[in-house]
Design a protein around this ligand. Structure first.
Ligand SMILES: [Zn+2]
Length: 350
């Protein structure tokens, strides 16, 4: 299997990278745990990705999922303390920078399209910093500038919980993504400042009113780094046709998510999910937004992916199934790599 070079719009590997201790799971060593490390990236021809900084809750939620007659509802997560979130994000930034230094040139921090291309040419993995949930940023936005200077190029204003900027979408199925109020005034400031700095705004995890508030305000293409089609799987995390149309109309991009419960029409948490179902979403998205606006947002190390993919080393299998479904090489290259770079080029200022 030849494979194809891939840039991925979302992974959660920073969580374990920040816990690294010699002898433990190491991004530079091949592991069977989780989905992503450098050796498995190389096997799967993953050449770069958005790495998500993310502050997990202080206490792990318990019994927060309720099975309903036709699906599930997850109790809305609590807001985080800004100082707590910032300590975690600072530690994650340090850990990423230490990892990149330890990699001896096999990984590079990339803050521009040229740097991603240069890393690819040098066979180094391009790390683009993303943050999922802006709790670490106070209303003055000073820390946003600090993060931008540290390389941050993509920001989801909310994860699926409330913060001073807006309201993340609650996890539920089957249900509309219209689960709460829109952006706050601080949220509008955040969007404007991201536009000014050239930080991409990620609409994944934002509720529908927040989505439309960003759409009305932002001067950049609309982007959801990891989501699927609500028409196929009506979970709140997936995008409705109207939302997809807005992404198309701004020449944005949607990274299709490999989370099985957002792929399957029944939303079951079942890794035995055929890749044909992933392809169904891709076909649906391409019909709705065009082949120039669909890309990959795997959610590796943050979710349950189809067993046939297993981990990053299985990406060539996914693209092989897409090829067999009738997508030609130019389309596959767009989904795998080119569409992300096009949108970065339209959004970033460096
Ligand atoms: Zn996510």
């Amino acid at each position: 299997m030849n494979g194809i070079d891939v840039f991925d719009g979302h992974n959660d590997s920073v969580q374990y990278i920040s816990d690294y201790k010699p002898g433990g799971r190491d991004f530079l060593a091949r592991s069977e745990a989780g989905h992503l490390d450098l050796p498995r990236a190389i096997e799967g021809r993953l050449v770069g990705g958005l790495f998500a900084l993310y502050a997990h809750p202080e206490r792990k939620p318990e019994n927060n999922v309720t099975q309903t007659s036709d699906g599930y509802e997850v109790r809305y997560a609590e807001a985080l303390d800004e100082g707590y979130a910032r300590r975690l994000i600072d530690a994650q930034l340090d850990a990423m920078n230490r990892l990149i230094r330890r990699s001896d040139g096999r990984m590079r921090l990339a803050t521009g399209v040229d740097e991603i291309n240069a890393a690819r040419a040098a066979s180094a993995l391009a790390v683009v910093l993303h943050m999922e949930g802006a709790e670490a940023i106070g209303p003055g936005l000073d820390y946003l500038h600090t993060l931008h200077a540290a390389g941050l190029r993509s920001l989801g204003p909310v994860w699926s919980r409330p913060n001073i900027f807006g309201y993340g979408v609650r996890f539920a199925y089957p249900r509309s993504p219209d689960t709460g109020p829109g952006l706050t005034d601080a949220g509008r400031d955040l969007v404007r400042t991201c536009n000014t700095l050239g930080i991409m705004i990620d609409l994944a995890h934002l509720n529908e009113r927040g989505f439309w508030d960003v759409a009305a305000l932002s001067t950049a293409p609309l982007v959801a780094t990891h989501a699927c089609a609500h028409a196929i799987c009506p979970s709140t995390r997936n995008l409705t046709d109207r939302q997809l149309d807005a992404i198309r109309d701004t020449d944005g991009v949607i990274g299709f998510n490999l989370a099985v419960y957002d792929i399957r029409a029944d939303a079951h948490l079942d890794a035995d999910t055929p890749l044909d179902l992933v392809v169904r979403h891709i076909e649906y998205l391409v019909n709705r937004v065009g082949a120039d606006r669909v890309a990959l947002g795997s959610d590796f190390d943050g979710t349950v992916v189809p067993r046939e993919i297993r981990d990053a080393s299985g990406l060539p299998r996914l693209f092989e199934v897409m090829r067999k479904a009738g997508f030609d090489e130019p389309a596959l290259k767009k989904f795998a790599f080119e569409n992300w770079l096009r949108v970065f080029g339209l959004t970033w200022r460096s």
